[in-house]
Design a protein around this ligand. Sequence first.
Ligand code: COA
Length: 431
Amino acid sequence: MWKETYKSRLMSADEAVKLIKSGDRVIVGHAVGEPTYLLDAMVANAAEYENVEIVHMVAMGKAEYCRPEYAKNFRHNGLFLGASTRKAVEEGRGDFTPVYFSKIPELVASYNPEICLLQVTPPDEDGYCSLGVSVDYTLTAAKCAKTTIAQVNKCMPYTYGNSRIHVDEISVFVEHDEPIIELPEPPIGEVEREIGRYCAELIKDGDCLQLGIGAIPDAVLSFLHDKKDLGIHSEMFSTGVVQLAKEGVINNSKKTLHPGKFIANFLMGTQTLYDFVDHNPDVGMYPAEYVNDPYVIGQNDNLVSINSCVQVDLMGQVVSTSIGHKQISGVGGQVDFVRGAAISKGGRSILAMPSTVKGKVSKIVPVIDEGAAVTTSRYDVQYIVTEYGIADLKGQTLRERARRLIKIAHPDFRDELIEFFENKFKCKYEE
Ligand code: COA
């Protein structure tokens, strides 16, 4: 029965994108789950649209709809910004919506979107397609959009958990196979290696980890080869995890929620990662309202979250998504996991960053830049890590926080931080 439905809903990409109308709100499948073939067809059809709102989180594709020449056709609403989308917001052709990752599915549903564009596997024998590497908010969008257009791609890994949608729930199928976008493993420099080493000192056998994206999480993983029985409950994980899984270091055996399973809401990495998760019963992919719910996170004992930031002031206020007035990214799951780790029995949260921007500007500052938005507040913050060490801020007075943060600042900038400290606290700074 579902086979007939599937056949009757097959279309070319050119036909499918004609279903998008001016003024529509289009939710795009997340990260490397982005249906690039459909987006290319949509952009090729740009002249037919006016003011189509493109809602997207981490855009890993070309994001051509953000280009100035399409300013009248598309307007980007970013729930996270990256290299391909920052400019559109900065130049007024797009907008940024601050929202916790755990709340994005709810936001997307409240939008009553006209269109969802996503990528899925071919249907299994029961007529279910897997959303593979991107379940996050994409599953909710696919279920609540008036018209759901799916690129059916044999290269999409088939994943388990709550990651499937039935053929009956999809309006249009466009078959097109192409490799899933890869995120190369980042080069790890000396600074990241030192940060990774300090973070690894805070990780114990049996801990359950949440890791963000980039060189720092990968550097942390490189120091975990001697640990035992680690687990993963993370909004995402990347290729670095695969080697540790193969070595048996990450086996999820001590997890108090979903024992034995890697839990995530999206994945980004190389083909090695995609091959690892394909039809892997040990990997559970679930929507973000579940994986990132701080109360769900907190059901994992000894949950250690590791994320990055761009500026920390001497009170421990953490800025992760803006440089002054300029929006550069989004909160993602940072606060969900900082709070989840605080709920977790034995949990710990780490925010790690190089102490400077290329040796020129200190990331530890007396006062955050004008216009910068606090991401993790001084009430939620716990460990701050730089290549100079670890500052444990939880439960500390403002004076002690400042002292501990100065200790892990770059030596070139400590004098000005000390001067601020002595003026503010009316006392001599002592290590
Ligand atoms: N002052 C001025 N510029 C700064 C700065 C500072 N204090 N800190 C960073 N920058 C600049 C960098 O130079 C870089 O500029 P460039 O692109 O022109 O080189 C840019 O801002 C990005 O900084 P970088 O340190 O390279 O960022 P990153 O790629 O390591 O990402 C975050 C760091 C904070 C942007 C990212 O981790 C994030 O978005 N965090 C919040 C979301 C999160 O934690 N999610 C959970 C896990 S996915």
